[in-house]
Design a protein around this ligand. Structure first.
Ligand SMILES: C[S@@+](CC[C@H](N)C(=O)[O-])C[C@H]1O[C@@H](n2cnc3c(N)ncnc32)[C@H](O)[C@@H]1O
Length: 267
């Protein structure tokens, strides 16, 4: 594993703080109109606004939007599903931090909505979980579920490979300018119980069908299985792998001429 020592050593809450470099990739300019897609409580939206851009935060969870609106007065937030939101004006950029991998129903539909929201030449800049994300955590869950006779846990994410997501972006009308796929081991900050707390925080849906009396022993087994790879003297580390990209909406192609290409009527 390629440990990102600088990231590993710095003490920050990892979901939002990992947006910090993303803001530089986005490079929002004063007066630009920017959507923060899957904005959560609006931390990244506020960073965008600090650069002078007008930001619209969109999130599918009403409770996230309520919190964002309370914490960030003066910014605009709306509840919307990334698969089918509509906006009445065109935007200069769409940004998204740690959210696209939760939008599992139809990734092409999400890319299509982003395309529709952008002006030609507009930017789509995002970071999400990439192929191999949380491999140790997921393997520990799968083994523990099997040990307890529970079958496969239902995992709520989509972690695409760089090749797969690049293909989707190109097919969706974008030109890719940058695509990174990198290990991002990150301190777990959810609680003292390492992988067990991580599962409770991020894979709660997988626990929904587990008989209540099995939850604690099951999570204890997840911890035992994950510990050799993920527990350090300094604490638990999540084996994150991130996909980060910047893409440009291609100009609209010229409308096809009715009846096919023009021919010279004389020659
Ligand atoms: C891990 S949080 C990241 C929040 C924020 N971007 C940040 O950096 O802190 C993922 C967010 O994606 C939102 N989300 C998941 N699926 C969504 C969808 N289909 N449409 C809109 N938002 C969605 C969730 O509600 C959640 O707020």
């Amino acid at each position: 594993m390629n440990w990102a020592v600088t990231t590993y050593d710095s003490a920050f809450g990892y979901v939002s703080a990992h947006g910090a470099p993303l803001i530089d990739l986005l490079d929002p300019q004063p007066g630009e109109r920017v959507i923060d897609l899957g904005c959560g409580t609006g931390t990244f939206s506020a960073e965008i606004a600090e650069r002078g851009a007008q930001v619209l935060g969109i999130d599918g969870a009403p409770e996230m939007i309520a919190r964002a609106a309370t914490e960030h007065h003066g910014l605009s937030f709306i509840v919307g599903d990334a698969h089918d939101f509509t906006v009445s004006e065109s935007f200069d950029a769409v940004a998204s931090n740690a959210a696209l991998h939760w939008m599992t129903r139809d990734p092409d539909a999400v890319i299509g909505q982003v395309h529709a929201a952008l002006r030609p030449g507009g930017r789509f800049v995002a970071e999400l979980g990439g192929a191999g994300n949380c491999a140790e955590l997921i393997a520990a869950m799968q083994t523990a579920w099997r040990v307890f006779g529970l079958g496969e846990p239902e995992l709520p994410w989509y972690f695409p490979s760089p090749a797969e997501y690049a293909t989707r972006l190109e097919a969706g009308g974008f030109t890719l300018r940058l695509l990174e796929h990198a290990d991002r081991p990150s301190r777990m900050t959810e609680g003292p119980n390492g992988a067990a707390d991580w599962v409770r925080a991020y894979a709660a849906s997988a626990l929904a069908d587990v008989p209540p009396e099995l939850v604690e022993p099951l999570l204890g087994r997840v911890n035992d299985l994950a510990a050799p790879a993920l527990r350090r003297e300094s604490g638990w580390v999540a084996d994150y792998v991130r996909l980060r990209f910047a893409a440009i909406r291609k100009p609209d192609s010229a409308a096809p001429m009715p009846g096919g290409p023009l021919t010279d009527p004389v020659s």
